[in-house]
Write a protein that binds this ligand. Structure first.
Ligand SMILES: Nc1ncnc2c1ncn2[C@@H]1O[C@H](COP(=O)(O)OP(=O)(O)OP(=O)(O)O)[C@@H](O)[C@H]1O
Ligand SMILES: [Mg+2]
Length: 340
């Protein structure tokens, strides 16, 4: 069956309200998409299907009308705490990092691809990762890489909305989000994990922070082994020690070394489609980039590429371009000055 046949059957059974056949076709389409390597599409369909089944079960199980209302309300609330549900095409080779970080990430990915054998020996699975380091050095990117490599759906949690000034609310909100995520076999990505520290400022009561930390620890313990938590922060000192210890893998993504700057530049140049007009000057500028983040370096280079192309004029037949290093120098120097 081709994709059009699936669409025809979905439309037919959907309009006929034939739930059983609709579900069969949907499941067949998910399998078909996996086989034809449309993994992201398959994951999205799977998530829609699970969500629908869960809602039906809730509606069926809870007979009392008012309780049903409460559950629906909770669903709505939880959705406010979730920024996005997404799939990712990023792979390890998109991330420039130290050999040690690469090797740890590789083992983590292999571990999650070997759950069956590890489970047979009852070995614990690492499923809590913390990325830390300065802004623009790949923490969010690394989370996308894990989602892409493991072909898992990723739920991005809005910690800002979860942390509440109301006593007791933060723990409750966290529990709701984790409960939802546990039904999905997914990656939960908590960016700006240090926002939890705000609980301390909101409340003079020491107990509140303890309560939040305890809730998270409990939620960590009950996490299904095929779910993964990824947290990211650029202020690791703000995070409670008791929490830090519970991560299975804590990786620092730091400012790039000279070798890493070169690797980033060569990836950004897209295997020779873009080249520098002056190799010696480009080498000097590469050295000048020391101290800037991956993000900033990449942005200056992409801007220089765009401006060089614009300067070249509108010849649509060109398939490659020379980067004007004078333009790049101005951009890099400006960034360096701003950081002094
Ligand atoms: N280590 C890296 N390797 C390759 N590209 C990178 C790396 N770090 C950053 N980049 C580039 O910069 C962009 C922004 O990086 P990212 O969002 O991952 O930074 P971050 O560490 O999460 O920063 P922040 O703390 O501000 O959230 C990435 O999408 C990518 O294009
Ligand atoms: Mg980030």
């Amino acid at each position: 069956m081709g994709q059009l046949d699936f669409i025809r059957d979905l439309a037919k059974y959907g309009l006929e309200n034939d739930q059983d056949k609709l579900l069969t076709v949907l499941n067949d389409l998910i399998e078909h998409s996996k086989k034809t390597r449309k993994i992201n599409f398959a994951l999205q369909l799977q998530s829609i299907l699970k969500e629908a089944i869960r809602q039906q079960q809730t509606a069926g199980l809870v007979a009392v009308g008012s309780q049903k209302h409460i559950l629906r309300e909770e669903d709505r609330e939880v959705n406010e705490f979730i920024i996005e549900k997404l799939t990712s095409d990023y792979k390890l080779n998109n991330l420039v990092c130290s050999d040690q970080v690469r090797s740890e990430l590789t083992y983590f990915i292999k571990e999650h691809n070997s759950l069956e054998i590890l489970g047979r020996f009852d070995l614990p699975i690492s499923n809590k990762v913390l990325f830390y380091g300065p802004s623009g050095c790949g923490k969010t990117l690394a989370a996308y890489v894990l989602a892409g490599e493991l072909e898992k759906l990723m739920i991005v949690v809005n910690l800002g909305a979860i942390v509440s000034s109301k006593l007791g609310e933060t723990s409750k909100n966290l529990a709701k989000v984790f409960r939802k995520a546990a039904t999905e076999e997914c990656i939960i990505f908590i960016d700006e994990f240090d926002s939890l520290g705000k609980v301390r400022d909101y409340s003079q009561d020491h107990g509140e922070m303890k309560r939040v930390v305890n809730t998270i620890l409990q939620l960590f313990d009950y996490l299904p082994k095929d779910s993964i938590i990824i947290a990211a922060t650029n202020q690791i000192d703000m995070i409670d020690d008791a929490l830090l210890r519970r991560f299975d893998l804590t990786l620092e993504l730091n400012l790039p070394t000279e070798r890493q700057i070169k690797e980033l530049i060569s990836k950004t140049l897209r295997s020779g489609i873009f080249t520098f007009d002056n190799k010696k000057e480009a080498d000097k500028l590469t050295k000048l980039c020391a101290g800037l983040s991956y993000y900033t370096i990449q942005r200056t280079l992409l801007t220089a590429i765009k401006r060089s192309l614009i300067e070249m004029g509108q010849n649509l037949h060109v398939l490659s371009a020379k980067i004007d290093t004078k333009i790049w120098r101005i951009l890099v120097e400006k960034e360096k000055q701003e950081r002094q």
